[in-house]
Design a protein. Structure first.
Length: 291
């Protein structure tokens, strides 16, 4: 009697729900010239692939290709006469997002609303407060909310979170923001770097604002999705500007088992950062991606 086993597959999103998607699945035996492919399966349901050959180690390379989420690849081992459960989390494909549900301005935390209220942002002259928040495109707004959530979750040894030092925004891009900050933030980050909360980082890829000089750059010691704070100082007024961004550090590939050749583009996408924060750090930036 042939040695057979079953694969029981469950797919979930970073928010913990079932994906509203369909997918193709391919399994290739790593020893035998044997492959199995099923197409257009519902990602919202548990999938059973029965009677898979478990001989010669029963190891398969599995590839899942959803329509609206990033593909996933991994190795699995099918055991004779047993069910092999496999739970995989899918990351959203940024180019398949058709709508983003952002929180209303009134629902934002007070310190974020305070910063918006007094900000003068390059490219958005004449807008502040709710007008500025609503004027941001989806990528900028998502990127800012990602960084805000990460900064709120990054607490210093004195108990303050890093965003509590931010005064007002001066520039907002999809992958970073520049903001005026209390000079005590640089002092506190330097202090806590000695305690392992931060580590020094390169300033090479960062530009200082006009009239400022690059002073220092630090990263949180996260494996994926680390916060980087790059400080510039005005030598005359001693004002501080912080360039805050989140480095994905190949998190999409490693956390979600996405093959690198499925990735395109060089700029970090804010929707990918959201997925990394949710899955790896359990930090919720507060908006939803509809695919």
């Amino acid at each position: 009697m042939d040695a057979k086993g079953d694969l029981i597959l469950n797919l979930v999103t970073t928010s913990g729900g079932r994906p509203k998607d369909s997918f193709d699945i391919t399994l290739k035996h790593t020893v035998l010239s044997l492959s199995v492919k099923e197409e257009d399966l519902p990602a919202s349901q548990t999938i059973r692939l029965a009677e898979l050959d478990a001989t010669q180690g029963g190891t398969y390379q599995l590839l899942i290709e959803p329509k609206r989420h990033r593909p996933v690849s991994c190795f699995i081992r099918i055991e004779e006469g047993r069910e092999t459960p496999l739970n995989l989390t899918l990351a959203v494909r940024p180019d398949k997002v058709r709508e983003v549900e952002f929180p209303k301005h009134a629902a934002l935390l007070d310190d974020l609303k305070r910063a918006f209220a007094i900000s003068a942002v390059s490219g958005f002259e004449g807008g502040a407060g709710e007008n500025l928040y609503q004027a941001l495109d989806n990528f900028r707004r998502a990127g800012l909310l990602n960084i805000f959530a990460k900064m709120k979750a990054t607490r210093l040894t004195d108990g303050r979170d890093t965003f509590s030092f931010i005064q007002s925004f001066t520039e907002i891009r999809q992958d970073r923001f520049f903001a005026k900050a209390d000079g005590e933030l640089l002092v506190a980050v330097k202090r806590d770097a000695k305690k392992g909360l931060f580590r020094k980082a390169s300033k090479a890829s960062h530009d200082e604002p006009d009239g400022f000089e690059l002073a220092a750059s630090y990263k949180t010691d996260d494996r994926y999705g680390n916060l980087q704070l790059t400080f510039s100082v005005n030598p005359e007024t001693e004002e501080i500007v912080v360039d805050a961004d989140i480095d994905d550090a190949n998190g999409i590939c490693h956390i979600f088992q996405v093959l690198s050749h499925f990735l395109t583009g060089k700029e970090t996408h804010p929707y990918d950062i959201r997925e990394i924060l949710l899955q790896h750090q359990k930090i919720n930036p507060g908006y939803d991606l509809i695919v």
